[in-house]
Design a protein. Structure first.
Length: 160
């Protein structure tokens, strides 16, 4: 059974976001081993300098890389990256599984984005949309798309 990790900066503060992710985690348990790994967000002053932002991104990036399992295919979630359809993501999952990989890791950065080192080490860079979403909502949306990909690949009725 393949392992799917979502490695993200920050935690879900509101119960409804945690409940939504918990629901998808439960649904995904029949398809994969599903983990959400949270990295504490670095605190910055209200108006940080560019240097403070870059240092924060570097620190978060190193901690993210430490959490990615060796041999995992890595998706960096980046607003500037190419968008993928649900069907394309499902096809990626199928191809990764038959290529002998046992884990896929998705990375969601913090409020200042994702460090260059994480992006450079990712196998794929994808965007959900050109729109900007709160990180909490992005995590729920990613959980849903992962579930949808498994439904597509398994001929489920969920995807229409």
């Amino acid at each position: 059974m393949i392992t799917i990790n979502i490695i993200c900066v920050g935690n879900l503060k509101e119960r409804y976001w945690r409940d939504a992710c918990g629901e998808y985690s439960k649904r995904l348990s029949s398809f994969c081993k599903f983990n959400i790994i949270e990295i504490p967000e670095c605190r910055l002053p209200e108006n940080p300098s560019q240097s403070q932002i870059e240092n924060t991104l570097d620190d978060e990036g190193k901690r993210i890389l430490d959490k990615i399992p060796r041999g995992s295919k890595v998706y960096a979630m980046c607003i500037e990256a190419k968008e993928k359809s649900s069907e394309e993501l499902a096809a990626d999952f199928a191809n990764i599984a038959v290529s002998g990989y046992s884990s896929i890791s998705f990375v969601i950065g913090g409020s200042w984005g994702l460090s260059k080192i994480v992006k450079d080490n990712a196998d794929y860079k994808i965007s959900m949309s050109k729109m900007t979403f709160p990180h909490q909502l992005a995590r729920v949306m990613l959980c849903e798309q992962i579930y949808r990909a498994f439904q597509i690949n398994n001929g489920g009725k969920y995807h229409k």
